[in-house]
Design a binder for this molecule. Structure first.
Ligand SMILES: Cc1cc2nc3c(=O)[nH]c(=O)nc-3n(C[C@H](O)[C@H](O)[C@H](O)COP(=O)(O)OP(=O)(O)OC[C@H]3O[C@@H](n4cnc5c(N)ncnc54)[C@H](O)[C@@H]3O)c2cc1C
Length: 454
């Protein structure tokens, strides 16, 4: 039995920084069954945002004329080259982390799948390990409903390996992952159909956001099928995928399953421990990422308290702070924020309008269309809008979204105000750079409408 002060299972977005932090205080083993860096680096944020950037170049090539630039057509996407660029970014990041592990004398990288033997002991490929403290950072994977067992399908991992552009990509699932892949492959040249069982795209968002996103995608001739609950899926002897819905048949060359994520906790043999799971398979944690077993923590997507790189990294910060006996950071202080990296992107922070109304707030709502914003017009990118939701009593921001050019960056201005707990009047009175999209936030705040709670 090898003994370490700290054992981290999974080298994800919380595990990696935690390893370097803990190595200042003792010996650390970090166990990884696949690629160092986890989902974000290898099959999530980095590769998809690299593809989104290539897809944007393709869009620029097709829209030069709009701004008076004559670009010879047809522009062609070379998926092999797009993938090579993505692989280079991924490998640089993955290898950089691995090298830093190897150079740290207090960190041991163990390759293989970890299984619990009891609360503090683990087994990896027949070797046994004991830790004084254990940190579970095993992330999540694509959820594959059993109806797809008989066909060849892609997940976010496998679709990033193909080198030929699909003729017709069917995307099952109209949320973040499905929409990003759908738009990028449409821009690469595929015909794309997005099939969503809900009555709107990105179910958590306000209707106005979902509708605007659907309009943006439809402008690029992406077919969207909503409310598609009772599908059947088959594959014919030519390898084509046929999705049947309401008497309609959609025939594709490839199918991508973007039908949600499930935590990897089922790989851990948690039945050998006393660690509690909730009914959705997430490890139960308190506000400090601590499980019901003192000294065992669950961080990142596997605790169900977030599903993003920034929430996972924040879990690391919370645990680090907890171990330093400060307890100044906690999960419940975190404000929800995320991006949907279609083009133009959506940046969201805090509550949607609907959520705020349901919670009984008296609201002030500000709304501005991108088509009314000078800088957006100059750029020729006028799709989308921005909206803020403010508590009329305290004047504090409850939430905001910016769907439009630069939306993923602009939203941070409101996020900072929410963390600083400052009233909206601070931004209203601030002087911003002209000409920017952000400078219209103060203008929007001068024209707020009162809305009653539900
Ligand atoms: C297509 C896609 C795009 C995304 N885009 C974004 C984005 O733009 N922005 C954003 O914020 N988030 C994005 N995400 C989400 C983000 O990638 C995850 O939230 C983040 O990576 C979660 O990190 P984590 O720390 O929980 O673990 P992960 O990064 O998932 O890492 C977990 C690691 O644990 C390893 N592991 C699992 N089981 C075991 C075991 N038993 N033993 C040993 N090792 C094990 C896995 O191999 C993996 O390396 C995206 C996700 C996907 C799928």
């Amino acid at each position: 039995m090898k003994h370490f002060d700290y054992i981290i299972i999974g080298s994800g977005q919380a595990g990696v920084p935690l390893a370097f932090s803990l190595a200042k205080h003792g010996t650390v083993a970090i166990i990884e069954k696949k690629h160092v860096g986890g989902t974000c680096v290898n099959d999530g944020c980095t590769p998809t945002k690299a593809y989104v950037a290539s897809a944007r170049r393709m869009w620029d090539a097709h829209h030069g004329d709009d701004l008076g630039i004559e670009i010879q057509k047809p522009a062609k996407a070379n998926l092999q080259k797009i993938k090579d660029r993505k692989d280079s970014l991924v490998h640089t990041s993955r290898n950089g982390i691995t090298k830093s592990f190897e150079e740290n004398k207090n960190i041991t990288l163990i390759r293989g799948e970890a299984h619990f033997l009891n609360n503090f002991e683990l087994e990896v490929d027949g070797e046994k390990y004991k830790g004084n403290k254990i940190f579970i950072n095993v992330g999540a994977r694509a959820r594959i409903p059993s109806m797809y067992n008989e066909i060849c399908y892609h997940t976010n991992e496998t679709i990033l390996e193909i080198t030929e552009i699909p003729e017709h990509l069917i995307v099952m699932g109209g949320s973040y992952i499905g929409l990003e892949f759908g738009q990028m492959f449409r821009r690469f040249g595929s015909q794309v159909t997005i099939i969503e069982h809900n009555t709107k795209l990105i179910g958590n968002e306000d209707e106005s956001v979902s509708d605007a996103v659907a309009e943006i995608l439809k402008l690029e001739q992406i077919e969207i099928v909503l409310d598609a609950k009772d599908n059947t899926v088959t594959q014919n002897d030519k390898g084509q995928i046929i999705v049947s819905h309401n008497g309609k048949k959609i025939t594709g060359s490839h199918i991508l399953l973007a039908t949600g994520r499930i935590p990897n906790n089922d790989t851990l043999h948690l039945d050998k421990t006393e660690i509690n799971l909730n009914d959705k398979g997430y490890i139960e944690v308190d506000d400090y990422c601590s499980t019901n077993i003192e000294g065992v923590f669950a961080i990142g997507d596997c605790n169900g308290k977030g599903a993003f790189t920034h929430t996972s990294y924040n879990d690391f910060q919370i645990v680090e702070d907890f171990l330093l006996k400060q307890k100044s950071k906690k999960i419940s202080d975190r404000i929800t924020t995320y991006g949907l990296f279609i083009d133009p992107p959506l940046g969201r922070v805090g509550m949607t309008k609907k959520e705020a109304q349901k919670k009984g707030f008296n609201l002030l709502v500000g709304h501005k269309k991108m088509s009314e914003i000078g800088r957006a017009k100059e750029k020729g990118e006028t799709l989308g809008f921005m909206e803020v939701v403010i508590d009329a009593d305290t004047k504090l921001f409850l939430g905001a979204c910016v769907l439009g050019v630069g939306g993923d960056e602009i939203i941070s201005g409101i996020t900072n105000m929410m963390y600083a707990k400052q009233p909206y009047t601070v931004i209203k009175n601030a002087v911003h750079i002209h000409p920017t999209v952000s400078e219209l936030i103060p203008t929007m705040l001068e024209d707020l409408k009162q809305i009653e709670s539900e």
